[in-house]
Design a binder for this molecule. Structure first.
Ligand SMILES: CC(C)(COP(=O)(O)OP(=O)(O)OC[C@H]1O[C@@H](n2cnc3c(N)ncnc32)[C@H](O)[C@@H]1OP(=O)(O)O)[C@@H](O)C(=O)NCCC(=O)NCCS
Length: 333
């Protein structure tokens, strides 16, 4: 087995994406895996200079076939001591040390880029996932445990209307608006602040990541990347005295619109306690039903410590669908 460099413009990249698809199919058989076009668009972003993240890809090749995939992501504007690692091994090639070899390569690349910690996420449809056992076997620490919850659409109208009415009554004086894909110019600076706060205020457990450096240009960069990845994003925000103080967003992959992903939701600290979280979430669900009725399900991930967000989600009818754990390890100095 050898480990070779690959990337979105390399002949091996289709097979590299195929490893991800096979791994995802094995772990969650009922769900469409991420399309290759998504990996390609993300890969282009990571390998094009100037963005907030750069990165590189490696393929594990045995007997001429790609059997393992590594993507290393390096934040460049903030969190420059960290490297994010995505590793997958084809289900037919597991327990032969391929994952371990890719992890060693990730550690080598990260150290060469001056990073001191590796961080990785493990999707856990149920107990006993390979990813958890693998991370534990390598002595990594689980710093954050999140529960995935799914909401089947359409939302029960009585639930939605009740939540909407309660939230509207508690948040008089706030105007709610929705937008798609591009944040309106007049809200851009505020949206950047909300992005920054998202990185400090959403529970991150003991994962060694800190505040992200967001400005208007980074919001625009992120919007472009998401569009390039074939997604459309519906957002709802709450405005007070002309300032955006809360927002939520749903990402819908246009090639597979059956399942949407909940993106960030945040209410600025000084505006909490007015049920704005429920207000923007109900608003974006109304907009989704009106403009993208083909979406059948929304998946969201919350730390179990995030009671306010979990309460809103449970009131909407989200139900548990496994978990996501975030692991880290320090590289030797
Ligand atoms: C996790 C994953 C990358 C492991 O790949 P792999 O090539 O099978 O891993 P290795 O053969 O190097 O395993 C190293 C050790 O991890 C542990 N391990 C790996 N898979 C395991 C499993 N299914 N059950 C129990 N232990 C496991 C074992 O201790 C193993 O050593 P052993 O085989 O000598 O007992 C692979 O299962 C995968 O692609 N899973 C889906 C994606 C994912 O979860 N990625 C992890 C991100 S950290």
């Amino acid at each position: 087995m050898e480990i070779v460099r690959t990337g979105p413009d390399d002949a091996r990249f289709a097979a590299w994406c195929g490893v991800w698809a096979a791994a995802q199919r094995a772990d969650r058989p009922g769900e469409a895996p991420r399309p290759a076009s998504d990996h390609v668009a993300l890969g282009r972003r990571l390998t094009t200079p100037g963005g907030a993240l750069r990165g590189t890809h490696r393929a594990a090749v045995a007997d001429g076939a790609v059997v393992g995939a590594l993507r290393l992501l390096l934040p460049v504007r903030d969190n420059t001591s960290v490297a994010y690692v995505d590793v997958a091994v084809h289900p037919a090639a597991r327990r032969r040390g391929v994952g371990t070899a890719l992890l060693a390569e990730a550690a080598r690349l990260a150290a060469a880029a001056g990073r001191s910690s590796l961080v990785a996420e493990v999707d856990e449809p149920g107990p006993g996932t390979a990813g958890r056992a693998f991370a534990q076997a390598h002595g990594w620490t689980c710093g954050l445990q999140e529960t995935r919850r799914d909401l089947l659409l359409p939302v029960d109208e009585d639930r939605l209307a009740a939540l909407e009415a309660g939230a509207a009554a508690a948040s008089a004086g706030y105007e709610v608006l929705t937008w798609r894909d591009r944040t309106p110019d007049r809200l851009l600076e505020d949206r950047a602040l909300l992005g920054r706060r998202m990185s400090t205020d959403a529970p991150s457990g003991d994962v060694p990541v800190g505040e992200e450096d967001w400005d208007a240009a980074r919001v625009r960069e992120q919007e472009t990347v998401v569009l390039d990845r074939g997604r459309t994003v519906l957002s709802a925000g709450a405005v007070r005295d002309g300032r955006l103080v809360a927002f939520t967003e749903l990402h819908v992959p246009l090639a597979q619109p059956e399942r949407a992903h909940q993106g960030a939701t945040l209410v600025l600290r000084e505006h909490r306690g007015h049920r704005l979280g429920a207000r923007v979430k109900t608003a974006v669900l109304r907009e989704l039903a009106a403009t993208l009725p083909e979406v059948r399900r929304i998946s969201t991930y919350n730390s179990d410590t995030n009671r306010p967000m979990v309460a809103v989600n449970e009131a909407l009818g989200f139900v548990r669908a496994g978990g996501l754990s975030t692991w880290s390890t320090r590289l030797p100095a």
